[in-house]
Design a protein. Structure first.
Length: 242
């Protein structure tokens, strides 16, 4: 028995609803993967599967100005025969491609973005940048502060005494401390006591409690964190043999 126009309309609506649900599920899955990838050297890394598919796309790209790439499933690794739409969705979210399409006949098409064309070169530079930044880090106890915060050259060559430095920090507390002035003053006193112990004992004592309290002020009072770490750096440098 032939279906009525109403039944055909219902069936069509159900198919469209199923298709939309599958697309939304794929977007959510892709978003979860993309959001979970680390940012290294200021650049979000692709997950391994997305990198593998991007390599395939780049190997097929002929350099045309429109950056349009077409291919078939023969060049796609077997592991992604079913999940290619998901991989394209991720690459689209990463900003590597745009307008991805997967055709029923086994063909696919997409457009590379400038970021997609240079991704692997950019990744290498980002990794080098992250490595360089890590090497510049200066460690005191459990605090890790960037060398730029410590300004090590100024520490080595400066004639300012610890007392002068603490006086400057005290003045900044008055100007910038807001409602936390008293708490910042107390922390500075603890830091001064730690420095005195360092100077007397000639080694850096452990004080995780102090470092933890300092870290708690990093977001709101980053200037204080940087000044205190610089002060500790000055004290350490003065302990080094001339």
């Amino acid at each position: 028995m032939a279906k009525s126009p109403f039944e055909k309309a219902i069936q069509k609506q159900q198919k469209e609803a199923k298709k939309l649900a599958e697309q939304e599920a794929r977007r959510q899955r892709a978003n979860a993967i993309v959001s979970g990838q680390p940012v290294i050297g200021g650049m979000r890394m692709l997950d391994p599967a997305a990198e593998e598919i991007l390599q395939v796309i780049l190997s097929t790209y002929d350099g045309n100005l429109g950056r349009n790439v077409q291919g078939n499933y023969d060049i796609i690794p077997d592991a992604y025969a079913i999940s290619l739409p998901l991989e394209f969705e991720k690459l689209n979210m990463y900003g590597m491609i745009s307008n991805p399409r997967v055709w029923i006949g086994g063909m696919w098409e997409t457009t590379l973005t400038p970021q997609g064309v240079t991704y692997f070169e950019d990744k290498e530079r980002a990794m080098e940048k992250a490595k360089s930044e890590k090497e510049k880090q200066f460690n005191i106890g459990s605090i890790i502060a960037n060398g730029s915060n410590l300004v090590l050259g100024d520490v080595i060559n400066s004639a300012l005494s610890i007392d002068n430095s603490t006086s400057r920090i005290e003045q900044e507390i008055e100007e910038k401390g807001g409602e936390e002035k008293e708490e910042l003053r107390e922390l500075l006193e603890e830091v001064k006591e730690l420095i005195e112990n360092m100077q007397d004992s000639r080694h850096i004592p452990k004080n995780k409690g102090l470092f933890s309290k300092l870290s708690n002020h990093l977001e709101k009072h980053g200037w204080f964190y940087g000044e205190v770490v610089g002060l500790l750096g000055s004290a350490v440098m003065q302990m080094l043999p001339k």
